[in-house]
Design a protein around this ligand. Structure first.
Ligand SMILES: [Zn+2]
Length: 268
């Protein structure tokens, strides 16, 4: 069969048009990625099962908390180092970040890019095998600037026991909040208005003194310095607000002013 030059041109045109359409379709698909804006349903189940703070929120605040968790997870990379990162780890890390700044709706962790999750405790040189491993969480400095390191085991422990006054991940995020003004010094100038700074420092000094004299139920690590005191009592405030209010009403009131919340009574 002979093909005329006109038929040849037509065939070429059809083939070219088909190719162009294929390329356009491919490009179009690439330009419209599917974006998950809402928090996956099973993340909400994880929040309800593992995060007591979330359960204490009222029905108006819960979706807001979910949205903040979603925003955090979209912005911050979470990397497992010789350990797997499950959705539960993601939910717990994001919750630890959001709990302290929940009443600051525009807060973003501008000084954090990535959270590294280690299997368990690690040493000061970031080794997680061998002896001398006593670190459970860390806010990085120098080459580790904008990086937080957490122990996966400790992260899970912090949310497993609702009767303890401990939550290491919240502790580390409070250091990061404290650091926003440039220094981790126990004075969160971004959260605390100037008129409260002197009363806060006086209260801190008094409470550290009580710890040193064994006259306090606050974890003795809080007496290390003002920065550690702020992080330790913040754990206490968010984990056992009822007990802190009972045993240290003045401290409870001051932390409530700093964080703009009453965690034992969020539903009201
Ligand atoms: Zn600390």
């Amino acid at each position: 069969m002979e093909v005329s030059s006109m038929e040849l041109v037509l065939i070429l045109l059809v083939v070219t048009a088909g190719f162009v359409l294929l390329v356009l379709n491919f490009k179009f698909r690439k330009k419209t990625p599917v974006k998950t804006i809402r928090l996956p349903v099973h993340f909400k189940t994880l929040l309800a099962t593992h995060v007591e703070f979330y359960n204490r929120l009222n029905e108006i605040d819960k979706p807001f908390f979910e949205e903040r968790v979603q925003r955090f997870l979209s912005a911050i990379r979470i990397t497992g180092i010789k350990t797997q990162v499950d959705d539960l780890d993601r939910v717990l890390i994001a919750s630890s970040a959001i709990i302290p700044i929940f009443r600051f709706p525009d807060w973003e962790y501008i000084n954090l890019n990535e959270v590294l999750l280690y299997p368990d405790s690690f040493s000061e040189s970031f080794e997680f095998e061998g002896s001398g491993r006593n670190m459970l969480g860390l806010v990085g400095t120098g080459p580790y600037q904008n990086i937080m390191i957490l122990s996966r085991q400790e992260l899970r422990n912090g949310f497993a026991d609702n009767s303890s006054k401990k939550n290491t991940a919240i502790h580390e995020f409070v250091h990061l909040i404290d650091k926003t003004d440039g220094e981790v010094d126990g004075v969160p100038e971004f959260l605390l208005s100037k008129k409260y700074i002197i009363p806060w420092l006086e209260l801190v000094q008094r409470k550290i003194q009580q710890i040193s004299e064994n006259q306090s139920d606050i974890n003795s690590y809080g007496a290390t310095n003002k920065a550690e005191f702020f992080a330790v009592v913040s754990e206490y405030f968010f984990e056992r607000p009822d007990l802190l209010q009972q045993n240290h009403p003045e401290l409870y009131q001051m932390l409530s002013t700093i964080f703009k919340q009453h965690p034992q009574n969020q539903a009201v």
